[in-house]
Design a protein around this ligand. Sequence first.
Ligand SMILES: Nc1ncnc2c1ncn2[C@@H]1O[C@H](COP(=O)(O)OP(=O)(O)OP(=O)(O)O)[C@@H](O)[C@H]1O
Ligand SMILES: [Mg+2]
Length: 166
Amino acid sequence: MNKSDTLIFTIKNQEEMTQFACDFSRLLSPNHFIAMQGEVGVGKSTFVRAAIQFLCQEPDLIVPSPTFTLFQQYDAPIASIIHADFYRLSSPEEVEDLGWFDLIQDAILFVEWPENIADIMPETHISVKIVDDPDFFDAREIVIQTKDMAFLNLLSNKFPTQNENA
Ligand SMILES: Nc1ncnc2c1ncn2[C@@H]1O[C@H](COP(=O)(O)OP(=O)(O)OP(=O)(O)O)[C@@H](O)[C@H]1O
Ligand SMILES: [Mg+2]
């Protein structure tokens, strides 16, 4: 990826993260694959929870972290949503046993620890990397990278003033 594939956003606190996740989700459509990256506890599930609540139009929907179940499926008006967490995946082959390839048809996917299924990630996946701000406890940087230029254009049009890296 080079800089023209990348947008960077600065988030001050969890409330702003929730708002960003909603604004981001508004641009999604079936078959988008969102690779959620970042260190343990940085906020990947928090972002996905807000996105799923928004897409399902249910602000109080319970969205547990799927660390042990590997994935959870939600029915949103726009598409089926899959929230996966592959931290505990023992081998890439294990996803096949989950019926993964049938499940993901026309779905919107949010995958935490996508590094563990790197070989089967679509080339046009959208990487959302959340990075801690060492100076402010609740602040984060969100680095978005993708070869899906149509999506990147949608995002930079939505946030014209925050595009620090164009
Ligand atoms: N700006 C922020 N964005 C997201 N989470 C935040 C923010 N500020 C504080 N937090 C807190 O950080 C924690 C993030 O936990 P979360 O489970 O979302 O991380 P994770 O990246 O999914 O971890 P894991 O790698 O274990 O799956 C939560 O307790 C949340 O309240
Ligand atoms: Mg998580």
